[in-house]
Design a protein around this ligand. Structure first.
Ligand code: NAP
Length: 295
């Protein structure tokens, strides 16, 4: 790629550690080129304890416009942002930022990435019931966004019940009119009952991820039903045991985590540039996948 960088060119960056594997520079630079943006995007290896110093420096540099935050820096970026969007405040973590009038504005697009991918699979959360397994960072982003988008009922199962209950208490305080309940993942009878009654089952744990691909959060395959959407946010492997079992049982749709990863980046671009990303083009060009690979 050759690019004409001038004194007007804006700078964006992703901050994480490790960071060399990140696809973000390729995705955003390709998009800048396609959309005719006079901007460049780079990756910086920044550790958690240096986020505050990095933000202080960026605020001094005119032309530094925004970027993304990845592991392990999302909580530190939340702490050092000058202002927060509603999503970032409710989630308690920042994965996207922009700099306006010398202030870092922290945002979070992880949950929106998930719900946008659901929409791409013709699933609307409004008025629906979901069962989610997990209570970590990803589960927090997804549940906050799903409730913001009108999910009517949420049943949250976690291995460590107290952590699940803590998240449910926080969510219930912000969404008092939606039904939100914590359960112990060890209670298999209740898990079966809740999934049989749900429209959507989400795996937001590490269960089934490389190298432990023979594991699944579902051991009793009779819980799957033909109207159920099953979403596993893991993307390595592309098809987890959960998704394979769900497809074989004839569920309505089985979705992996590639779409969430992709759409959180799309949302971030729209947030810090105010423009649309050429979605289908980027999917094929940068991620090398089409819809058939992730549904
Ligand atoms: P996290 O904050 O560490 O949370 C991990 C969650 O998994 C916790 O709820 C934990 O339960 C649960 N868990 C771990 N081992 C388990 C087991 N053996 N049985 C049942 N539950 C178990 O991690 P995270 O950031 O939320 O990430 C979770 C998963 O999402 C990872 O696989 C990650 O790759 C994936 N992810 C995907 C995307 C995407 O864009 N597609 C984005 C972020 C994360 P306890 O609370 O009981 O420990």
């Amino acid at each position: 790629m050759s690019k004409n960088i001038t004194g007007y060119t804006k700078l964006y960056a992703v901050l994480g550690s490790p960071i060399k594997h990140s696809k973000s520079p390729e995705m955003y630079n390709y998009t800048f080129e396609k959309n005719g943006d006079d901007s460049v995007y780079v990756a910086f290896d920044v550790k958690e304890d240096s986020i505050g110093k990095a933000f202080d420096t960026f605020k001094q540099l005119e032309g530094f416009t925004g970027g993304n935050i990845t592991m392990p820096n999302k909580t530190a970026a939340f702490e050092y942002s000058d202002e927060l969007t509603e999503e970032a405040r409710l989630i308690g973590a920042v994965n996207t930022f922009k700099i306006e009038k010398g202030k870092i504005i922290g945002h979070n697009t992880d949950g929106k990435g998930f719900t946008k991918d659901l929409k791409a699979h013709d699933f609307d959360l409004e008025g629906k019931k979901a069962v989610i397994v997990g209570a970590g960072g990803a589960a927090t982003s997804i549940t906050v966004q799903a409730l913001l988008e009108g999910l009517a009922e949420l049943s949250l199962f976690n291995k460590t019940f107290s952590k699940g209950q803590k998240l449910v208490d926080k969510l219930s305080a912000h969404f008092p009119n939606q039904i939100i309940t914590a359960y112990d993942l060890a209670n298999t009878e209740l898990f079966k009952k809740e999934v049989q009654d749900a429209d959507l089952l989400i795996n937001a744990t590490n269960v089934g991820m490389q190298p432990n691909i023979e594991h699944s959060i579902v051991t009793d395959l009779s819980i799957f039903h033909k109207n159920l959407y099953v979403a596993d946010i893991i993307y390595e492997p592309n098809e987890t045991k959960l998704l394979k079992d769900a497809k074989e049982a004839g569920v309505a749709c089985a979705i992996n985590g590639l779409g969430m990863l992709f759409y959180q980046g799309v949302e971030a671009y729209e947030y810090f540039t105010g423009k649309q990303m050429p979605v289908e083009d980027i999917k094929k060009k940068v991620y090398g996948y089409e819809k058939k690979d992730y549904s």
